[in-house]
Design a protein around this ligand. Structure first.
Ligand code: PMP
Length: 363
């Protein structure tokens, strides 16, 4: 039996998105063409835009479709002319967008240090954009967005939020956040499409210029199929039973601890996504664990898997002050709506096998 426990990397395409995309494949036309074919495609794109806007209870003109969250993050940060403050645990697509960014530290749980944020806000001139993710992709830790927004507003700063890992996994308030980045493939939609939701009139300069699509914020023919699939996935994501998923995650942690007292759990005390666990198998490198789980048919992940597929050591855990010898032996398990209690037995069996083999061979 193979098990997919890597939803934070990407979620399988949901039935509804697949169906909507199959139907859309029958349509011909460029959404910018004035003839009836183009107009029909345009109508579908605008319907999808409205559905994304409805999710955020905002106007459809706020939604700028992009090729994913990496591009949405770049549009937000590179398009903003002013100072940028990012948290120390942001995804690389935020962290590397602006080399001149200021970095705000986090505490041992990975939660933004609000006192440090205030000190950074006080320093220097406006305009300022604060970029803080809703939930971390490696740990699932949730940031205090409401407090970030209140503090930023006190200093006249704008707020951007990379909401990629949060959508549909917990109810969030998006009030007061100027810019929100989304990615379809984390929520059951297709890969290669996302959006920047511009909830206010924040000045952002386009990064892709040309045909003037997406209200000139993002030129280029829209990814029609992707957009249709994205909206369809977003519609059903609200109905997922994440309480049940949390029970699976918690049971997995409890049973693992009982079975292997040597196992450690990071960020267990923090407010975190219901689907994410970070486990440490002492003395066994993350890459070895991932490989062995893979050989046993279980897909899990470690640190941030970069584009080359190599496991890099985690910047996020480092920013939290997790000692290198633990961070380098950590493993991320991220569950999804299809993960039932029956995944636990198999996961624990493979964990114990890897653990025992490693510890017998090192004796
Ligand atoms: N931000 C976060 C928090 C992510 O987890 C990811 C995907 N790993 C991205 C941004 C990038 O998203 P995309 O793949 O759509 O470019």
């Amino acid at each position: 039996m193979s098990l997919y426990l890597d939803y934070n990397a990407t979620a399988p395409l949901c039935r509804e998105a697949k169906q909507a995309m199959l139907e859309a494949m029958e349509w011909v036309g460029n959404g910018s063409s004035v003839h009836q074919f183009g107009r029909q495609v345009r109508q579908k794109i605008e319907q999808a835009r409205q559905e994304v806007a409805d999710f955020f209870k905002t106007s459809s003109s706020s939604v700028i479709f992009t090729s994913g969250a990496t591009e949405a993050n770049h549009l937000a940060l590179c398009g903003f002319e002013g100072r940028i403050i990012v948290s120390a645990v942001e995804h690389d697509s935020v962290d590397q967008a602006r080399p001149d960014r200021l970095v705000c530290p986090v505490d041992a749980r990975g939660i933004l240090d609000l006192t440090a944020l205030e000190a950074l806000l006080k320093k220097g001139n406006a305009p300022v954009l604060v970029s803080v993710m809703a939930a971390n992709n490696e740990t699932g830790v949730i940031q205090p967005l409401e407090q970030v927004v209140n503090l930023a507003k006190q200093y006249g700063a704008f707020v951007h939020c990379d909401a990629v890992q949060a959508i549909g996994r917990l109810p969030f308030s998006w009030e007061g956040i100027d810019l929100i980045s989304l990615s379809a493939h984390k929520l059951g939609g297709p890969q290669g499409v996302g959006a920047l939701v511009m909830q206010t009139d924040i000045p952002v300069k386009p990064q892709l210029r040309g045909g003037g699509q997406e209200r000139s914020f993002r030129s280029g023919t829209e990814n029609f199929l992707g957009i249709v699939g994205f909206a369809a996935a977003l519609k059903v994501v609200k109905d997922q039973d994440w309480v049940a998923i949390e029970q699976v995650r918690d049971t997995l942690e409890t049973r693992l601890k009982a079975l292997c007292p040597d196992a450690l759990f990071l960020v267990q005390e923090a407010h975190r996504l219901p689907n994410t666990a970070v486990l440490v198998m002492k003395g066994v490198k993350s890459a070895t664990q991932v490989m062995n789980f893979d050989l046993a048919g279980i897909a899990v992940s470690a640190g941030a898997a970069c584009a080359s597929g190599k496991v890099k050591s985690s910047k996020v855990l480092k920013a939290m002050g997790v000692p290198g010898e633990l961070a380098d032996c950590s493993l991320r398990v991220s569950l999804g709506p299809t993960s039932q209690m029956d995944v636990i037995d198999r996961f624990l069996e493979v964990w114990m096998d890897i653990y025992e083999r490693a510890h017998v061979s090192s004796q």
